[in-house]
Design a protein around this ligand. Structure first.
Ligand SMILES: [Zn+2]
Length: 457
């Protein structure tokens, strides 16, 4: 087969490459054609490693950890300094438990030591600029390389395969992106921007979904919930995907129920971030989230120590796949609960019991108890309100912003006062503030709780 024919058949046979071309990512497509992802059934070996029993997974992690640590020590000035200061060599960190010998990498450190975090041997091609949306403050700027992107895709596509979804499935995406509707919509893909989604436009978008008939829907839970509620209210049951995937915001149980009812399928939550490839995904057993342990390690830290299974801790990520700007023990700003058990599906990938949300989404009581936004959201479930947001200014001072529903009365305010005090603390001060709307973040994400009280680590 000559070269042109081979390339053409690669594109036809390889949905990953085809997808990259279709979405205008030519450089990625070219890279994929050359990479091991060329053969999708062997997603960088992830198809096999997901079934590794715990001891084999641990050995794989130790091996990959050594590779990234040695690279960081030899090529990344920041890490070279960190190792030297502690009189450590990469081989002194033999297991993932030994990671505690290294300091936590915070977003402030990344901003301060940005240049020193770039590997000296990174080529121009390895430095792809990216940034996070900064939902709770300043956006974080960083470089990513192809290896990171490939492994992120591996984790994601592997999880899709658990739900019977292939990469080329007809798909509706309901995310941020102001201009995305025009730019990203294609015959096999419908893009709905949450910025355009409101009570006034929802019938238009639901009609679009009915017309488009997606086989797979992905989106922010708050937006999908809005659509699901409308469909259930109007008795629309003509959108029947194989599965719905939610991501980027905390998924509350009542949202999951309504979305599943409206679309007549299971909802799978996904937790991940642009900065690393250690995404976590629900499988059909819904036994927590499978961590992509073959791409890196998640630690769960409270007061400087690893928490026990079942306890909440700040998520700290060590990525094995990112070489141009390695993130080792990166505190991402979210809180999760590790599980001590394995999923009944038989996959050996470690399990995270639940994602509590962003650190800033967690309320701290005057008695130093942590309460997640999802617990507090239950208080507002059956009230006459359209939207709410909880702001914690100090351990004792709360402002609750409310967009009133049609039948709102003083009984609703009273219910909030009573139940909020019951769940948080009887001595707190609550100020209810009525507003016309609650703005989303720059990325279109909805934030239910914002606590300004310092916590974790
Ligand atoms: Zn499982």
């Amino acid at each position: 087969m000559n070269k042109a024919k081979r390339i053409l058949s690669n594109r036809i046979l390889n949905p990953l490459v085809l997808h990259a071309y279709r979405t205008g990512k030519r450089r990625l497509a070219c890279r994929l054609e050359r990479s091991k992802l060329y053969n999708p059934p062997h997603l960088l070996g992830g198809e096999k490693t997901q079934w590794y029993p715990p001891d084999q997974m641990e050995k794989l992690q130790q091996k990959k950890l050594q590779v990234i640590l040695s690279h960081a020590y030899e090529n990344v000035p920041y890490y070279h300094r960190i190792f030297k200061e502690r009189n450590l060599k990469p081989e002194d960190i033999k297991s993932t438990e030994d990671l505690s010998k290294l300091p936590i990498l915070t977003k402030d450190v990344i901003r301060r030591d940005f240049d020193d975090l770039i590997a000296k041997n990174a080529t121009e091609e390895d430095l792809i600029f990216n940034s996070t949306s900064g939902s709770t403050g300043e956006p974080l700027k960083f470089y990513m390389d192809w290896s990171l992107q490939e492994h992120q895709m591996m984790g994601k596509y592997r999880a899709w395969s658990w739900r019977g979804i292939s990469l080329t499935e007809k798909r509706a995406d309901i995310f941020g992106g102001l201009d995305a509707e025009k730019k990203k919509s294609r015959p096999d893909r419908l893009w709905v921007s949450v910025f355009n989604l409101s009570e006034d436009t929802i019938d238009y978008y639901v009609n679009k979904l009915v017309e488009f008939q997606p086989r797979f829907i992905r989106g922010f839970p708050s937006a999908l919930y809005l659509i699901a509620r409308y469909m259930l209210k109007e008795g629309i049951d003509k959108v029947c995907p194989i599965a719905v995937t939610t991501t980027a915001e905390a998924l509350f149980e009542y949202q999951r129920r309504e979305i599943a009812n409206a679309f007549g399928c299971e909802v799978f939550d996904h937790y991940g971030a642009r900065e690393h490839a250690v995404g976590s995904f629900e499988c059909p057993e819904h036994f927590g989230y499978h961590i992509s342990g073959d791409n890196g390690v998640l630690e769960f830290i409270k007061d400087g120590e690893n928490v026990s299974a079942g306890e909440e801790g700040a998520i700290v990520v060590t990525d094995f796949t990112h070489f141009s700007m390695p993130f080792i023990r990166y505190k991402i700003g979210d809180v999760g609960v590790p599980s001590g058990e394995l999923c009944p599906c038989g996959r050996g990938l470690p399990v995270m019991e639940s994602v509590i949300g962003r650190i800033s989404d967690i309320v701290v009581t005057p008695q130093n108890k942590y309460i997640s936004g999802s617990v507090l959201s239950h208080i507002f479930k059956n009230l006459n309100i359209e939207e709410f947001m909880i702001l914690q200014e100090t351990k004792k001072d709360f402002t609750i912003k409310i967009v009133k529903g049609g039948n709102y009365s003083s009984n609703d305010s009273e219910y909030i006062h009573t139940n909020f005090k019951k769940h948080v603390d009887p001595d707190i001060n609550i100020n209810i503030e009525f507003v016309d709307s609650i703005p989303t973040t720059k990325a279109g994400k909805r934030c239910f709780v914002k606590s300004e009280v310092q916590k974790f680590l």
